[in-house]
Design a protein around this ligand. Structure first.
Ligand code: PGA
Length: 243
């Protein structure tokens, strides 16, 4: 099966930097067995859609509204993202959870995304403290359950991506063992299947680099990678896509 590599640019780039990075990447070809997705900020999205049209890259957003289009100041609806060429939407990143985004809103957002037949990339992961207390599996099961349970049954066959992103691994240079990560990804897929969601894949994110990507991707249970820092440099990210 094709693995997916998703670049999360966060709010790191100016518009000029986003343009320049997209231009350098557009000319490159990810390895045949990879799907490559770029997630710029909302302002860069429109321009990237044009720039990447003829490239091998697909487009993702970093968030979306929990509501249908309407009177919701400051929100960007999933339907509009779709019109703008977006195929994937990151939901519930720990940097958003840390700013107060809770399970209810995350679940509403997932619902908006799947209703538009876009694919959500739902981020979950334990903190360093939870890991120290050996609570990783309990935390993940809870995070999974609380966003899946409220989804209407008509969505059980929608493709969903979960990104296992330990909070302590994001941007820190620290990473979990690849074998342990594969076991966790397999556990999450099983939990989702038990809850009736049959098209769930699980990817890993947190301090992924062109050096360590292959160590994770060798495991069938790890369906891909969510990449922050290492996706901001064209040469590094290209190496990651052709490892
Ligand atoms: P990082 O970020 O690769 O810089 O650790 C990953 C993420 O937050 O998705």
């Amino acid at each position: 099966m094709k693995k997916i590599i998703i670049a999360n640019w966060k709010a790191n780039l100016s518009l000029a930097q986003a343009r320049s990075l997209a231009k350098k990447l557009a000319a490159s070809r990810p390895a045949k067995n990879l799907t490559a997705v770029l997630c710029p900020d909302f302002v860069a999205l429109g321009e990237m859609a044009n720039r990447l049209k003829k490239s091998a890259f697909l487009l993702g957003a970093q968030d979306c509204s929990a509501f249908l289009p309407g009177a919701h100041t400051g929100e960007v609806a999933a339907a509009v993202l779709k019109q703008g060429g977006v195929k994937y939407v990151i939901i519930g990143h720990s940097e958003r959870r840390a700013n107060g985004e809770g399970a209810k809103v995350i679940s509403q957002k997932i619902q908006q995304v799947v209703a538009e037949k876009l694919i959500p990339i739902i981020c979950v992961g334990e903190t360093a403290g939870e890991r120290r207390l050996k609570k990783t599996k309990i935390v993940l099961a809870k995070q999974l359950q609380e966003v899946l349970a409220p989804l209407p049954s008509k969505h059980v066959k929608s493709p969903l991506i979960f990104a296992y992103e330990p909070v302590w691994a994001i941007g820190s240079g620290l990473t979990p063992e690849p074998l342990e990560t594969a076991e966790i990804c397999a556990m999450m897929k099983n939990l989702a299947a038990k809850a009736g969601f049959s098209r769930v894949t699980v990817i890993y994110g947190g301090s992924v680099t062109d050096q360590n990507a292959g160590e994770y991707l060798q495991y069938p249970a790890i369906a891909g990678l969510l990449v922050g820092g290492a996706s901001l440099d064209a040469r590094r990210f290209r190496r990651l896509l052709n490892f």
